[in-house]
Design a protein around this ligand. Structure first.
Ligand SMILES: C[C@H](N)C(=O)N[C@@H](CCC(=O)O)C(=O)O
Ligand SMILES: [Mg+2]
Length: 362
């Protein structure tokens, strides 16, 4: 199965409500779709999300990286030579992890098609069903309480509450939400790099004193401050999860060796796809550290790939794959089933993506 062409397009999918974090506010998903075509008519689908404030990737940089660097290095190659393809993909250009993720996903799709097997089975086939949390955007406390109650009515048992804009107000946000939802709901919080290390320690210890019963705190401090994150990890009881601090295997190794965080959040847009994510998971296994699998604001093509990875691997114990359920509509035909918090991995060959509505080809 030989790669003959790589086509690119854009999709635009409005969100149900604006998505707000300490880093950005977004009203719609504007992602790049990749189609890798082959000489025998198979197509592999991938998706890249332009999360400039986290990955540095924009739609124009994604298009440029694929057109100018990645496509020329993999066109004409055979899917059978998968290891070689991965090596060419990752050495074609530095950085550009979202562009690489889209290509990696499309290549895994074709690899599954080549061997007539669903990707999650090739990767390990650990389980068929997973349960995601849902993000509660950072807003005024009343709005966040309302959004939390609405999420619980839909059956969500875990809320991922965005904080990090004002630590005093964050304590009120969390107190109000915990009061409103009771103690049977898991609450994890994500500061998206918004606090200073000492501020994070003070805020998290206060939240503990108030018995807010938080499952974990995600990326309390700025991504590059590994010492600061370790300081937080060593001085609070709430488990610390490294998100923006871990893109590469080297980043993960540093965090693991220093014991700077308790859990690692793996996202395909940070690792550059499944192949690199697998290496981070193996390191986490060696250090006996659990992993979350997360997503950026992504539609179902790339989130479906993350579902396959999560379904395949035991080391992933926490799921944050709510991208598709935050959207007003789903333009992707095929793939896993998203029924609010319940996700069932699909069994079709490859990733099972059949068609994507409304692609504007570039
Ligand atoms: C969408 C997911 N629940 C999430 O919060 N992901 C990121 C932020 C993604 C973005 O800004 O697109 C995270 O920080 O965990
Ligand atoms: Mg995060």
């Amino acid at each position: 199965m030989k790669i003959t062409d790589i086509k690119l397009g854009k999709i635009s999918v409005p969100l149900k409500v604006p998505f707000k974090t300490a880093l950005r506010t977004v009203k719609s998903i504007e992602d790049i779709i990749v189609e890798i075509h082959t000489d025998i008519g198979n197509i592999g689908y991938g998706e890249a999300a332009p999360t400039g404030v986290i990955t540095g990737d924009t739609n124009l940089s994604i298009i440029g990286a694929i057109k100018d660097h990645i496509a020329p290095s993999i066109k004409g190659c055979h899917i059978e030579n998968f290891e070689e393809l991965m090596s060419k993909l990752h050495s074609s250009v530095v950085g550009n992890t979202s562009a690489k993720a889209a290509i990696d996903i499309a290549l895994y799709d074709l690899y599954g098609q080549l061997y007539n097997t669903s990707v999650y089975k090739i990767l390990g086939g650990y389980r068929k069903n997973i349960t995601t949390d849902i993000t509660i955007s950072v807003n005024n406390p009343d709005e966040m309480v309302r959004d939390s109650i609405n999420a619980i009515k839909l059956g969500y048992k875990t809320l991922k509450v965005k904080v990090g804009k004002d630590s005093q107000m964050d304590i009120k946000r969390l107190s109000d939400i915990r009061n409103a939802v009771g103690n049977n709901i898991d609450i994890r919080i994500d500061a998206n790099q918004g606090w200073k290390p000492k501020e994070a320690i003070k805020t998290l210890n206060k939240m503990e004193d108030l018995e807010l019963n938080l499952e974990l705190v995600e990326q309390p401090v700025v991504a590059y401050d590994i010492e600061g994150m370790k300081l937080v990890t060593d001085n609070v009881n709430i488990p610390v999860l490294a998100d923006e601090s871990v893109f590469s295997e080297r980043d993960a190794l540093k965090i693991l060796q220093k014991r700077a965080a308790d859990i690692i959040n793996i996202k395909l847009m940070k690792t550059g796809g499944i192949n690199k994510a697998l290496k981070i998971m193996t390191m986490a296994e060696i250090y006996d550290v659990e992993c979350m699998i997360g997503c950026m604001l992504e539609a179902k093509v790339s989130v479906n790939a993350a579902v396959h990875l999560a379904a395949a691997k035991k080391i992933i114990t926490k799921i944050d794959l709510d991208g598709p359920v935050l959207c007003k509509a789903d333009p992707v035909i095929g793939g896993s089933t998203f029924n609010n918090s319940k996700i069932t991995v699909n069994k079709e060959i490859g990733f099972g993506i059949k068609y994507i509505e409304g692609i504007e080809y570039i």
